[in-house]
Write a protein that binds this ligand. Structure first.
Ligand code: NAI
Ligand code: MG
Length: 502
């Protein structure tokens, strides 16, 4: 394994030790094991194209084994009889371990995903720890209700019970953070889990498995299987021994997860899928704040965010001024290896993703959309990695694929609008409904837009903020179910109604 870093940068000894060249294993029943058939796959550093590590490729037999371990753990006294408070202590201990190992986890995240080290270190990793702490607090507070009914002499109450064995399938854009989004409520509610990280970014999930062992989770409570969508993800989605799947990723795979559920055991599903989020700048917005906000709405994580503000609607009177401001800001963005100083955005996660995004850019160009800035893959010192210049299109054609489809790259389309009805109609003219943004000094207008837009999250004079306490999820083809906050507890519990004849 060779890891080329920018000059004057080094890795923590613990990061180097983790990437010692030996193949990474599967985490089943608190043990590290190879895949039953011995298969492996490679994970790359998207900044250099170099191989970082080889990891076990889990097949059907491994999934069966993990499901057995998770089922046994779910039925075991060690987990079943554990009080919510004690489960909370375990989650809290894991959060502390994440914080203690934050430098190393941040390095692994940046190597595997490409995002700037500062973002991993100040964002993804500490936020992951916060999720475990937030749900540690809920673990002992899962209350049912007493229910007044219309019969005399009947006492009715509800219990909240864990769903059982839960499969967690996550993408590569926020590897550790999304693992935390799903693991922390699932475990707080008393489920046992099988986590499958994306094949592009398995490393931090595997390190998390080591930390979970250290934290003291009983065997089988947390199992981690690495491998691609097929066969690994598909085997989890179709497994009759799994009670529920929580999935984040593409709409296409979201459909497959639902089909697999329908065809196997009707396992419960929550899905968080793609987006094509409208971000609106009214003429009365603070221009500097709106421009900066719109820039990071689309370019943060190199545009590889489900909530990316990829359709930017600007009120006509300020359109030219805003467009010029956006182009100026986009050109100031420093793209580079995530380990280099002062880099704002890293590469795309993979060559496949880069090609996809370039395909959309070419299509937009051919269809007549005007490129205001960017549009090119970066060459020279960057040519081995998957780097793309921040790209802004100007267009008024809502039928273009760059206006309709999730590009998942640093590509914004800016378009002018004239009045309210037109804005609302066009903003909602999408099969997605994940998020939206609005920039205006008129708060009444902002709240009216928040009500009119079909989206699960709306940011007013801000964009892209997340918190463990704030529910998040989609409308329309962006999925269903709400992760984070109190609402996520509903995803990972069944409500049981008990009738008592007095
Ligand atoms: P994907 O949906 O294929 O991958 C997400 C996860 O699903 C990965 O862990 C993958 O291994 C797994 N998976 C793939 N096929 C599966 C199957 N048949 N059964 C079970 N699990 C399966 O997404 P991909 O291919 O990495 O990216 C393609 C596009 O998806 C992106 O360009 C973007 O538009 C969208 N996407 C959206 C994300 C979001 O945050 N909502 C995250 C990642 C991708
Ligand atoms: Mg990788």
């Amino acid at each position: 394994m060779e890891i080329t870093l920018p000059p004057e940068t080094t890795l923590q000894p613990s990061t180097q030790a983790f990437l010692d060249g030996s193949p990474k294993k599967l985490f089943i029943n608190n043990e590290w094991v190879s895949a039953a058939n011995g298969e492996t796959f490679q994970t790359l550093n998207p900044a250099t194209g170099e191989i970082l590590a080889e990891a076990a490729l889990a097949g059907q037999e491994d999934v069966d084994r993990a499901v057995r371990a998770a089922r046994e753990a779910f039925e075991s006294d060690a987990w079943r009889q554990m009080s919510g408070e004690d489960r909370g202590q375990l989650l809290w201990r894991l959060a502390d371990l994440i914080d203690e190992h934050a430098d190393e986890l941040a390095e692994l995240e940046t190597l595997d995903n490409g995002k700037p080290l500062r973002v991993s270190r100040k964002g993804d990793i500490p936020f992951a720890a916060k999720h475990f702490r937030y749900y540690a607090g809920w673990a002992g507070k899962l209350e049912g209700a007493t229910v007044p009914v219309s019969y005399p002499n009947q006492f009715v109450y509800t219990l909240r019970e864990p769903v059982g064995v839960v499969g967690l399938i996550i993408p590569w854009n926020f590897p550790l953070l999304m693992a935390a989004w799903k693991l922390s409520p699932a475990l707080a509610c008393g489920n046992t889990v099988i986590l499958k990280p994306a094949e592009e970014t398995p490393l931090t999930a595997l390190r998390l498995g080591e930390l979970a062992l250290e934290a003291g989770f009983p065997p089988g409570v947390i199992n981690i299987l690495t491998g691609p969508g097929e066969p690994t993800g598909a085997a989890i989605a179709a497994h009759p021994g799994i009670d529920k799947i929580s999935f984040t990723g593409s709409t296409e795979v979201g459909r497959k997860i639902l089909e697999a559920s329908a065809k196997s055991n009707l396992k419960k599903v929550n899905i968080e899928l793609g987006g094509k989020s409208p971000n609106v700048i009214f003429a009365d917005a603070d221009p500097a704040k709106a421009i900066k906000g719109a820039i990071w709405a689309i370019f943060s994580t190199a545009g590889q965010e489900c909530v990316a503000g990829s359709r930017l609607f600007v009120e006509r009177p300020v359109y030219e001024q805003v467009l010029e401001g956006l182009a100026g800001e986009a050109q100031k963005i420093r793209v580079g290896n995530g380990f280099a100083q002062k880099v704002h955005i890293g590469p795309l996660v993979s060559e496949r993703q880069l090609e996809r995004v370039i395909g959309y850019i070419d299509e937009g160009r051919r269809a007549g959309a005007r490129i205001v800035t960017g549009g090119e893959r970066l060459g020279g010192e960057f040519e081995r990695g998957y780097f793309l210049a921040p790209t802004i299109f100007s267009s008024e054609d809502d039928e273009l694929s760059i206006m309709r489809e999730e590009v998942f790259g640093p590509v914004a389309v800016v378009t002018a609008f004239d009045d309210w009805d037109e804005l609302v109609q066009r903003a909602n003219d999408t099969r997605y409904g994940l998020a939206a943004g609005v920039w205006t000094q008129n708060l009444s207008k902002a709240h009216r837009f928040a009500q009119a837009v079909h989206a699960g999250t709306v940011w007013i004079n801000s964009y892209g903020l997340f918190d463990a306490a704030a529910p998040f999820g989609g409308y329309k083809e962006s999925g269903f179910g709400r992760e984070m906050g109190k609402e996520a507890l509903d995803l990972y519990t069944n409500s049981k109604t008990v009738w008592v004849g007095l």
